[in-house]
Design a protein around this ligand. Structure first.
Ligand code: HEM
Length: 360
């Protein structure tokens, strides 16, 4: 909790605005690599995009360290997830998947610790706005600074937690929008007019109907804990089924209907809209992720036309910790003639303050 206090401010309110510009830049850069007029899976592109965005947010400018982490993170995250779910623990052998993971982890530490040293030595440290610069300068309540290894650990947690979750949600957004032509038309009209309310509501509804994490766990640490009609003993675990809550018709009328209008001018309730979990361990990147998803989708809708489809809904596929559309969020896009579009007047960060920041 002490470290969380140092980490959380980087992802809140006033800092978010600083990240918006390069979120647009990265989206434009990624979308230029997409094929036009042919069907393709959007998931790999969103993975690249969200990794690049979080790397720039955390580490600041481009550079050699960032390039190395860009290569290292995807295979390390994939292997890490497989090992998390594996029944076998690390026996310290010099071969096999655990040994591979330990090698990757050592390489990560080498790159991250070298980077932290160079940030500490940066004469312009105080002017920097990236998360790493903030962590290097932050102090615990007793005035002690974070050790380099502690910072490296926190960075790894952020990089792991941030990119796949956001990428999968964006992939679901494409899957949902291409199956809802009327909504798509309204969204395009809204972004062309510089608005943002319906898009913000759409992001909330994508997360309600397709939460990419469906279970979170808590352990009972008190001698007993009352929960409804039960008394839970110490040591027991409680698993919250996020998707069950989101599909409860007493909470969300007609829960199976994909209906972003339910969130237009209505804040989601933090005890029932829970894609980011809840309580003291709620996702620290919630406001950041929602800003990012709004900025990415707005930029894509402004610049690309998405062809709608009558194909059946994509099924849910497990990637270990997260869920993603089984066919990778397939889409056909065309570049739009954008000469007539107004610059957006309501920054996505304003929209976010109205939603997730308030929720969290
Ligand atoms: C759509 C994107 C995201 C989703 C759906 C998501 C979801 C979650 C969930 C369900 C948890 C567990 C919460 C709990 O136990 O109550 C969590 C924790 C966490 N998330 Fe996210 N997350 C997303 C994006 C991000 C981003 C962008 C960051 C970093 C910038 C991030 C950083 C973290 C961290 C550090 C934790 C651990 C917090 C703690 O244990 O104190 N997440 N996230």
């Amino acid at each position: 909790m002490h470290r969380r206090k140092l980490l959380a401010p980087s992802f809140h309110g006033r800092h978010l605005h600083a990240y918006e510009e390069f979120m647009v830049e990265e989206t434009v850069r990624e979308a230029k690599t997409w094929p036009q007029g042919v069907e393709f899976a959007t998931a790999p592109g969103f993975m690249r995009l969200t990794l690049n965005i979080i790397l720039r947010t955390v580490l600041g400018a481009d550079g050699e360290h960032l390039d190395r982490l860009r290569e290292l993170m995807p295979p390390m995250a994939d292997l890490g997830v497989r090992l998390t779910l594996s029944p076998f623990t690390d026996r310290g052998r010099s071969w096999g998947a655990w040994a591979r993971f330990r090698r990757m982890r050592r390489e990560y530490d080498t790159v991250a610790l070298d980077l932290i040293d160079s940030v500490r030595a940066d004469p312009k440290l105080q002017e920097r706005e990236d998360v790493l610069a903030m962590l290097v300068q932050s102090r615990y309540e007793d005035g002690e600074a974070l050790a380099n290894q502690e910072i490296a650990d926190e960075l790894l947690t952020i990089l792991g937690a941030a990119h796949e979750t956001t990428a999968n949600t964006l992939t679901w957004a494409v899957e949902r929008l291409t199956r809802h032509p009327e909504l798509l038309d309204r969204l395009v009209a809204e972004v062309d007019d510089g608005g943002s309310d319906l898009l913000a509501a759409t992001v909330l509804e994508v997360q309600r109907t397709r939460p990419v994490i469906t279970d979170i766990t808590r352990s009972v640490v008190a001698p007993t804990m009352p929960l409804g009609e039960w008394t839970l003993p110490k040591g027991h675990q409680v698993v919250f089924a996020i998707d069950f809550v989101h599909m409860d018709e007493t909470v969300f009328p007609h829960p199976e209907k994909f209906d972003p209008d339910r969130f237009v001018n209505a804040r989601p309730d933090m005890y029932s809209w829970i894609p980011f979990g809840g309580g003291t361990r709620r996702c620290i990147g919630a406001a950041f992720a929602n800003l990012e998803m709004n900025v990415v989708l707005r930029t894509l809708l402004q610049n690309y036309e998405f062809r709608t489809t009558r194909a059946p809904d994509e099924k849910w596929k497990s990637r270990g910790v997260t869920w993603t559309p089984a066919r990778g969020g397939r889409a056909v896009v065309h570049r739009r003639n954008t000469a007539h579009i107004l610059p957006h007047t309501a920054p996505a960060s304003m929209t976010i303050r109205r939603t997730s920041d308030d929720v969290g």
